[in-house]
Design a protein around this ligand. Structure first.
Ligand SMILES: Cc1cc2nc3c(=O)[nH]c(=O)nc-3n(C[C@H](O)[C@H](O)[C@H](O)COP(=O)(O)OP(=O)(O)OC[C@H]3O[C@@H](n4cnc5c(N)ncnc54)[C@H](O)[C@@H]3O)c2cc1C
Length: 422
């Protein structure tokens, strides 16, 4: 490990990877600090890329040479075009991906196409001298000098996991939270918010009763996410998803146990990004809906695990199982992992400029969920912009902005930096 890089990116999730990859193209030395190489590009939640609006951002990331669209195509197991019956302006591609293969694809693209130095460790502090960023300190005590830093720490800063009344520090299931960096940001005078998000339980596909669910096959007529992808997957090689619905019994179980949910029992104070409402919220806010759709999505080719999209929750484990078993097709289901909610620190996003540089600290850029967004695609779009501008700032060149009228990523940035996320 060198003791100085032009740019240090902290966090190897979807935003950090794009930031490092885009910055290295300028011929600068770039280090990506990640807790482990194996977790680079990890999908925290659903094993899929794209969907409404998100697929636009994916196409923009591809047009700008990013990693995510290629990794999505390399790991896709199924493609569908949403809104096919509506006009082309609102049609969106969505790919189901093999979770493991997705992260391996990200690592392969980085390995084979860049000289980004991967430093395994946790950044615990930013080094600021005379109001200027000069590097980061790792929790091991090592110092890495940098001319510019991109922070892409996702849901890990001050992360706390909730499953019913069980709570413990964590940034993602089985991964530790980060505490030092939040303190460093607070000392710099930045306003920090608490946000929350959640994920559904995972289930064993061998215990699904396939007679009671509807199959949702893939489609032939789609355009891959990346211009680099030459081969489309024939329908008979694609892996199907399945559709089922919650029932009135499901809703009664949730209502009866609402106060045991971390979300409703008052344990979680954070607000949520405007996406992925939990099943508790859907049942409470839409009491007139007799059922909610649940997509059963395979986690990959070499695993029996499924992701039941639509039942994200923070109920106690035993209630989660009871709730799942009230859904047709899941009468005898076994849960492989419980769903959970995670609460984490967010840097209030109006503190950054449209270039994603902090207003009050030059050459510190923020990207991804740390800015209050949610989603792999959103994180990738922001990471690409932050990495590009970090490089341009080091080179002393004009930074770029993505105008609202010209790109979906630009709309997202504009909303974040001028309207905030709360
Ligand atoms: C429980 C849960 C449910 C979600 N549900 C959905 C959903 O349904 N749909 C959706 O689109 N999105 C969902 N998301 C959000 C999506 O996963 C994130 O928006 C996306 O992964 C954000 O990318 P990121 O790069 O900002 O952060 P992350 O993907 O979280 O990556 C951050 C990386 O930074 C590393 N890191 C953090 N701090 C440090 C440090 N100090 N030093 C070194 N490394 C560090 C972490 O180890 C991690 O590798 C969910 C996330 C979670 C956790």
């Amino acid at each position: 490990m060198r003791d100085f890089y032009d740019i240090v990116v902290v966090g190897g999730g979807h935003s950090g990877v794009e930031a490092a990859f885009s910055a290295h193209k300028f011929g600068l030395s770039v280090a990506l600090v990640s807790k482990s190489k194996k977790s680079l590009g990890r999908m925290s939640c659903n094993p899929s890329i794209g969907g409404l609006a998100k697929s636009r951002v994916v196409r923009e990331v591809d047009a700008l040479g990013g990693v995510l669209p290629r990794a999505a195509d390399m790991s896709a197991t199924q493609y569908r075009v949403l809104n096919r019956r509506k006009g082309p302006a609102v049609q969106s591609t969505r790919a189901q991906c093999d979770r493991k293969k997705y992260e391996l694809s990200v690592q392969k693209i980085l390995d084979e196409n860049s000289n980004v130095a991967i430093i395994e460790g946790s950044a615990s502090e930013l080094i600021i001298e005379d109001g200027k960023i000069v590097g980061v300190v790792l929790s091991s005590g090592e110092r890495i000098g940098a001319e510019a830093v991109v922070l892409a720490t996702g849901t890990f800063l001050g992360g706390k996991i909730f499953i019913g009344d069980v709570e413990y520090p964590g940034g993602r299931i089985d991964e530790n939270a980060e505490t030092g960096l939040s303190e460093s940001l607070k000392k710099m005078g930045l306003k920090i918010l608490r946000f929350k998000t959640g994920t559904p339980p995972r289930i064993d596909g061998r215990t699904i009763n396939y007679d009671n669910v509807r199959i949702q096959p893939g489609e032939e007529d789609y355009v891959p996410f990346s211009f680099d992808t030459m081969r489309k997957i024939p329908v008979d090689e694609q892996v199907p998803c399945y559709i089922t619905y919650t029932t009135e019994r499901t809703h009664r179980i949730i209502e009866k146990n609402l106060l045991k949910s971390a979300l409703y029992g008052g344990k979680i104070v954070g607000i949520g990004p405007r996406y992925c409402p939990s099943i508790e919220v859907k049942v409470e806010k839409f009491p007139h809906h007799p059922r909610h759709i649940v997509f059963l999505e395979p986690e990959g080719i070499d695993t029996d695990e499924f992701y039941p999209n639509g039942v994200s929750n923070s109920l106690p484990e035993e209630v989660q199982l009871e709730m799942l078993r009230s859904i047709p097709g899941l009468e005898d289901v076994e849960m492989t992992k419980p769903g959970y909610a995670v609460e984490y620190d967010v840097v209030e996003p109006t503190q950054v400029l449209p270039t994603l540089e902090l207003r009050d600290y030059k050459k510190i850029f923020l990207a991804g969920q740390i800015l209050g967004t949610s989603g792999y695609e959103e994180a990738a779009g922001l990471g690409l912009l932050a990495g590009t501008n970090a490089a341009l700032s080091v080179l002393g060149k004009d930074m770029i902005t993505l105008p609202r009228y010209a790109s979906y990523t630009g709309v997202m940035v504009d909303d974040l930096v001028f309207r905030g996320a709360d």
